[in-house]
Design a protein around this ligand. Structure first.
Ligand SMILES: Cc1cc2nc3c(=O)[nH]c(=O)nc-3n(C[C@H](O)[C@H](O)[C@H](O)COP(=O)(O)OP(=O)(O)OC[C@H]3O[C@@H](n4cnc5c(N)ncnc54)[C@H](O)[C@@H]3O)c2cc1C
Ligand SMILES: NC(=O)c1ccc[n+]([C@@H]2O[C@H](COP(=O)([O-])OP(=O)(O)OC[C@H]3O[C@@H](n4cnc5c(N)ncnc54)[C@H](OP(=O)(O)O)[C@@H]3O)[C@@H](O)[C@H]2O)c1
Length: 389
């Protein structure tokens, strides 16, 4: 194993959040940054969501891409045609498919990893130990393991779809990632066999799952039927006087349009979607009874019930004078500062987080609490908190 290198920061994850962290740290000239990811290809937005329609306007992707000087430097030095030019030509007030956002993040990443202050580490952070306010970070690479010392360790490790247990052995799980990718979904379902898919949930992912399944049913998979299990009414983002109600949880973009036009109770019976979808109301404590009644007639199930943080590397504390050599840390994220507390409520020095796994908490003028998830929202949060890191 090589001797520990020292860096001003180790950033774990090269999705949109990790990239935003690196851009901000470079702008603040903190020193050398080690940036770790197994592939440096824009995280899940590129790997899984390229065919997903965005729920934010193109202008927010542009705002993200131009928010810090190092990004602007990359944009101005990247030969054209490039992803920045492509996205700048889209209607800024409309949404787009996420392939544009993914290509933009990849192009920024390609430029940023070439900068002198950035050490690109293709690999996975497996563990980190804190001692005297310094972290020793273990990184597994194909060429072998290395260690890097730092005073700032920043977790941008992302989240994956929440999978609840499959309720019946006769049901097959359809992965939410697959259902959100129409080109793959079409190949996963047999077009000649009558089959029913249970969709559980009613937020963005669930509505796009319904949309994609309906599109299959009305085109190539005519015998496909959908049972939609929802426990709350459709909720939309609403423009108020200078702010947005349900900005982070309400339906927007294509999902909102489809839901309003085809899924509302007064629309579904007459809409095209209603030819294929049966809505199963699970509100008011009816969930268990409705599941019992309807799951036996379903062949597949897709849980569209949110996203769960991907596991963090093992984090430990080495304290002088303690009998045990190392204590396992159980980090609890502080959505105000981007830092973490340990299991005793003490601040964990030098440990920070950002992105879908570690978002900012926001409170709207009516006192509703939400978590700010989105490219531009990560950037706004980071610009506020990074000066304190
Ligand atoms: C379906 C969907 C659609 C969305 N649409 C939009 C949208 O339209 N507009 C918008 O602004 N936002 C959108 N979002 C929200 C958000 O922008 C994305 O979820 C975004 O991908 C989150 O980026 P991230 O960097 O936090 O995580 P990720 O993209 O998941 O990246 C995490 C990275 O960390 C790496 N990693 C994890 N663990 C380790 C480790 N131990 N060592 C090294 N690397 C590690 C992973 O390999 C990965 O590359 C959407 C989210 C979802 C789920
Ligand atoms: N570009 C896009 O259009 C797009 C698509 C998908 C996701 N996203 C983004 O990704 C993030 C996550 O979105 P999301 O829609 O996947 O999830 P989400 O916003 O976290 O909402 C989760 C939903 O699942 C429901 N739910 C949770 N547990 C359930 C259970 N056991 N049974 C039934 N329903 C359950 C919740 O209902 P309750 O409120 O009743 O708990 C809620 O409606 C958001 O930031 C979103 O903007 C964007």
């Amino acid at each position: 194993m090589a001797l520990p290198q020292r860096c001003a920061a180790v950033v774990v994850g090269a999705g949109p959040a990790g990239l935003a962290v690196v851009g901000n740290l470079l702008e603040r000239q903190v020193g050398r940054i080690a940036w770790v990811d197994p592939c440096f290809e824009a995280g899940r937005v590129n790997k899984k969501y390229r065919e997903v329609p965005s729920n934010t306007k193109v202008s927010f992707f542009q705002a993200y891409a131009t928010a810090v000087q190092p990004f602007r430097t990359v944009i101005s030095s990247t030969p054209i045609p490039n992803a920045f030019l492509t996205i700048s030509k889209l209607d800024q007030n409309k949404t787009c498919t996420l392939d544009h956002a993914a290509d933009m993040v990849r192009a920024l990443t390609d430029g940023i990893v070439g900068m002198d202050e950035v050490d690109q580490c293709v690999g996975t952070v497996t563990a980190a130990t804190l001692e005297n306010s310094r972290w020793t970070v273990s990184i597994r690479q194909t060429s072998g393991d290395i260690e890097i010392e730092t005073t700032r360790l920043i977790m941008c490790t992302g989240s994956s779809p929440t999978n609840l247990p499959i309720p019946l052995s006769t049901m097959n799980r359809l992965d939410l990632d697959v259902v959100l990718k129409p080109s793959e979904l079409a190949t996963r379902l047999d077009r000649h066999t009558p089959q029913t898919v249970a969709v559980v949930g009613a937020s963005h992912s669930a509505i796009l799952a319904l949309l994609n399944l309906v599109q299959l049913a009305r085109s190539s998979h005519g015998d496909l039927r959908i049972k939609w299990f929802t426990r709350h009414p459709l909720r939309y983002a609403e423009f108020m006087d200078g702010w947005i109600l349900r900005d982070n949880t309400g339906l927007k973009g294509l999902a909102a349009e489809f839901a309003r036009q085809q899924l509302e109770d007064d629309r579904l019976p007459k809409s095209e979607a209603g030819r294929f979808i049966t809505k199963i109301d699970c509100g008011d404590g009816q969930e268990a009874a409705q599941f019992d009644a309807h799951f036996p007639s379903c062949d597949h199930i897709v849980h569209a019930v949110g996203y769960t943080r991907d596991p963090l590397p093992q984090l430990t504390l080495r304290e002088a004078g303690k009998a045990e050599p190392e204590t396992l840390l159980q980090p609890d994220f502080d959505h105000e500062t981007g830092g973490f507390y340990d299991q005793h409520g003490r601040v964990i020095p030098g440990l920070y987080g950002a992105g879908i796994a570690f978002p900012a908490k926001v409170v709207d003028p009516l006192g509703n609490v939400e978590y700010a998830v989105g490219f531009w929202k990560f950037m706004v949060f980071l610009k506020r908190v990074i000066p304190g890191w």
